[in-house]
Write a protein that binds this ligand. Structure first.
Ligand SMILES: Nc1ncnc2c1ncn2[C@@H]1O[C@H](COP(=O)(O)OP(=O)(O)OP(=O)(O)O)[C@@H](O)[C@H]1O
Ligand SMILES: [Mg+2]
Length: 246
């Protein structure tokens, strides 16, 4: 499934290492990760806590830089770009969905969804129009004026999905988007991600949930800062371990 449309990579990690240096010493969070995500591909990343999943997502999202190795985005080496150049690509091309939704509490649902267009310099009437369409697309047309604390967890996550889609990203990165949701609400969120993929967006989702991962074109398993070689029988065993509640 999905192989035909995955011919061209959108992102390629080439032997990426990431060391975090602090007073407590050095943590090698990524130890030589090589991985390509195709255009329009839906990839799930699984692995135990601390295996480097969020670290890799931060690098894919140009929020952080590798200590070693290269990141190629749409054919261009972006490993050494400065903070402004990375922000420009991020704002134009990448949407983020987090486990904790990350909505701004003092903005309404509609204003939260508009935010990426504020950064993109789009004028207010156009922003509002598109934000309404996005809220409508995630089934929240009647919640535009609600504050985040007036929304359920599943509704807040749908607002954050609407926000991640509004600037027509090429890539959406979702770090445990269903982690705080019940399974039924989680399924609705995953269906929205699948819709994004169907419209040609590349989606990378970090999840501990095997049923969520099963919806992806491909499952990538990590352990100790590395991508495990693809071996179905071993993958199945480690998936059982991953799905135990943390
Ligand atoms: N800013 C940081 N400074 C120092 N160490 C860090 C930092 N961020 C992460 N780490 C360490 O890097 C390793 C990988 O962390 P990461 O957050 O990528 O794991 P993860 O796979 O996302 O785990 P989880 O499933 O718990 O979210 C961990 O050992 C963590 O303690
Ligand atoms: Mg994480």
């Amino acid at each position: 499934m999905g192989f035909e449309r995955n011919t061209k990579p959108l992102i390629e990690a080439d032997n990426i290492c990431k060391d975090y240096v602090s007073g407590a010493g050095v943590v090698s969070a990524l130890r030589g990760v090589s991985l390509a995500i195709g255009c329009g591909e839906f990839v799930a990343i699984m692995g135990p806590s601390g295996s480097g999943k969020s670290t890799l997502m931060n690098i894919f999202g140009l929020l952080d830089r590798p200590s070693k190795g290269r990141l190629i985005y749409a054919g261009r080496d972006v490993s050494d770009l400065d903070i402004n150049a990375r922000a420009a690509i991020r704002n134009a091309q990448i949407g983020f969905i987090f486990q904790s939704y990350n909505l701004l509490p003092r903005l309404t649902a509609l204003e939260n969804v508009e935010l990426p267009l504020v950064y993109a310099g789009v004028r207010r009437p156009e922003r509002m129009k598109r934000a309404r369409e996005m809220l409508d697309a995630v089934g929240l047309a009647d919640r535009q004026a609600h504050w985040p604390n007036q929304l359920s967890g599943g509704e807040q996550q749908r607002v954050s999905i609407a926000r991640s889609m509004i600037a027509n990203p090429a890539l959406v990165l979702a770090d445990e988007p269903t982690g705080a949701l019940d399974s039924k609400t989680g399924e609705a969120v995953i269906r929205l991600l699948a819709d994004l993929v169907a419209s040609g967006v590349s989606v990378v989702v970090v999840t501990h949930d095997e049923t969520v991962a099963a919806k992806a074109d491909r499952i990538v398993r990590m352990a100790d800062g590395a991508v495990l070689p693809h071996r179905p029988e071993i993958a199945r065993e480690s998936a059982t371990r991953d799905s135990t509640p943390r």
